[in-house]
Design a protein around this ligand. Structure first.
Ligand SMILES: O=c1ccn([C@@H]2O[C@H](COP(=O)(O)O)[C@@H](O)[C@H]2O)c(=O)[nH]1
Length: 230
C-alpha cells in the first residue's frame, strides 16, 4: 500500500516513545515530524532514532525566527542531519527566509505563515489586521519570492494559497482533525479529507494519531480514509 501524505508529529516526552510511534506509523505515512520538544531535549541524535531502519523522511519543525545571520548558521547546523523539510517563520522576513534557503540547499525550507493555533481574534490582538486568509496569502507570496519551496498554513487557507503560489510549491497543513475529533489548542482546523481535497500536499497530524491506544492503527485508518476519498 502506498503510504499516505501525512507527517506524524512526534511530540513525545522521551525518545523511546517517539521511536516507538515512528516505527508503528511508518508503514502507513510518508513522513515523521520532530519538533521543539524532542529536539531541545535530545538534540541531533533524535533524527537518526526516529528515522530508524525504515529511512522514513524526517521533517524538522524548529520554526526558526531570528536575524538572517543567526538563521543561516542554525540552518547550516541542522542541514547536515539531512531533514527532508526544515521550518522557519515567514514573519522573519524575506532576508531571513533566503538565508535559510541558501544555508540548507539539500533541505526543503517551509515557511510557517500564521500558526494554526491562532484565531481571528488572536490575530487582531497581536496586530495582524483583517482575516487570517489575507495575512496567510501575503506571507505565502513573500516567502516564495524569498526562495521557500514549501509553506505551512491551515487547511482553511490552502486553496487560497494554492491560487496565489501555483502548483510547484508544497503546501503543508497542520490543524488537521478527523471528523468528530477534539480540536484541542488548534483554532483553524479541517478534516484530513477536506485538507487534501482543497490542495494540501502533506497533512501534519499529531495527537489524533499518537494519543490513540494504537497509533499504528490510527494512522492506517486515516490513510485508508484518504485513499477512499481520493
Ligand atoms: O501552524 C502550525 C505549525 C506547526 N504546527 C505543529 O504541528 C503539530 C500539530 O500537532 P497536533 O497534535 O495534530 O495538533 C504540532 O507538532 C505543532 O507544533 C502546528 O500545529 N501549527
Amino acid at each position: 500500500m502506498t503510504p499516505a501524505p501525512i507527517a506524524v508529529a512526534l511530540d513525545a516526552p522521551d525518545l523511546e516513545t517517539a521511536a516507538r510511534w515512528a516505527a508503528l506509523v511508518t508503514p502507513h505515512v510518508t513522513t515523521v515530524k520532530v519538533g521543539l520538544e524532542l529536539y531541545l531535549r535530545y538534540g541531533p541524535d533524535v533524527i537518526a532514532s526516529v528515522r530508524g531502519a525504515s529511512g522514513v523522511a524526517v521533517f524538522l519543525d524548529l520554526k526558526l525566527h531570528d536575524i538572517p545571520n543567526t538563521v543561516a548558521g542554525a540552518s547550516r547546523a541542522v542541514a547536515r542531519l539531512r531533514p527532508s523539510i526544515l521550518t522557519v517563520h515567514a514573519a522573519g522576513g524575506p532576508a531571513m527566509i533566503r538565508a535559510a534557503v541558501e544555508a540548507a540547499p539539500h533541505t526543503q525550507i517551509a515557511a510557517v505563515t500564521i500558526l494554526t493555533s491562532l484565531s481571528e481574534s488572536d490575530l487582531g490582538r497581536i496586530g495582524i489586521a483583517g482575516p487570517a486568509d489575507d495575512a496567510v496569502r501575503r506571507l505565502a507570496v513573500l516567502s516564495v519570492e524569498a526562495g521557500a519551496t514549501a509553506l505551512v498554513c491551515s487547511p482553511n487557507e490552502v486553496s487560497a494559497v494554492r491560487a496565489e503560489v501555483g502548483d510547484g510549491i508544497t503546501l503543508i497543513t497542520p490543524g488537521v482533525r478527523p471528523k468528530g475529533a477534539d480540536a484541542q489548542d488548534q483554532m483553524r482546523v479541517a478534516t484530513p479529507e477536506q485538507a487534501l481535497a482543497d490542495g494540501a500536499d502533506l497533512l501534519v497530524i499529531g495527537r489524533p494519531i499518537t494519543a490513540a491506544p494504537d497509533p499504528g492503527a490510527a494512522a492506517a485508518a486515516i490513510a485508508a480514509s484518504l485513499r477512499r476519498a481520493s
